[in-house]
Design a protein around this ligand. Sequence first.
Ligand SMILES: Nc1ncnc2c1ncn2[C@@H]1O[C@H](COP(=O)(O)OP(=O)(O)O)[C@@H](O)[C@H]1O
Ligand SMILES: [Mg+2]
Length: 193
Amino acid sequence: MDLFEYQAKQLFAEYGVPVPQGKVASTVAEARAIADEFAAAGKPRVVVKAQVKTGGRGKAGGVKVAEGPEDAEAKAEQILGMDIKGHTVHRVLVEEASDIAEEYYFSFLLDRANRNFLSICSKEGGMEIEEVAETNPDAVAKISIDALKGAPADVAAEIVKAGNLPEAAAAAPRRSSPSCGTPSWARTPPSRR
Ligand SMILES: Nc1ncnc2c1ncn2[C@@H]1O[C@H](COP(=O)(O)OP(=O)(O)O)[C@@H](O)[C@H]1O
Ligand SMILES: [Mg+2]
């Protein structure tokens, strides 16, 4: 799996996982038009985000908050064409700005060495998780996931606890998805806009 953030967010949205609204642009004019749409909808504050397949984009200056369409245009101008760790920015995601109280890290990955899946969870999100793992390893929980069992509610609760996330995270309601349980590649693709 090798996705851009905007593609991953589209997949999440398909499965009912809440994501900020946003659209992708490959030119400054397109970015401006998207920011104009947000402003017209009463959400002038947007974030312009470099779409490259590497982490640490924020630190590199590839993620910038804009206070309105004009600012978004200027930020897109700065970010498009930027080089981040050897990746040229060809696209930016323009999405609504969120009020962030806390940032967590959470992932599932393939653990080839153990022929299993692994979930990594940390309350210390927002910065490079590799760095947190080095400087504060106790803050990064690693839970092995049985490939046949998956991550039902009890395993999810275990992950939340190990990662020190607030209990509310474990109690979060499951969102119903029309295709719950069936991977997207096994279904008829949804119509693309
Ligand atoms: N939609 C958003 N609203 C507000 N702030 C955001 C938004 N998206 C990202 N940010 C801020 O920018 C930072 C970097 O973005 P992130 O998606 O974590 O990229 P990276 O991890 O590659 O730096 C985040 O930690 C957050 O503080
Ligand atoms: Mg981040």
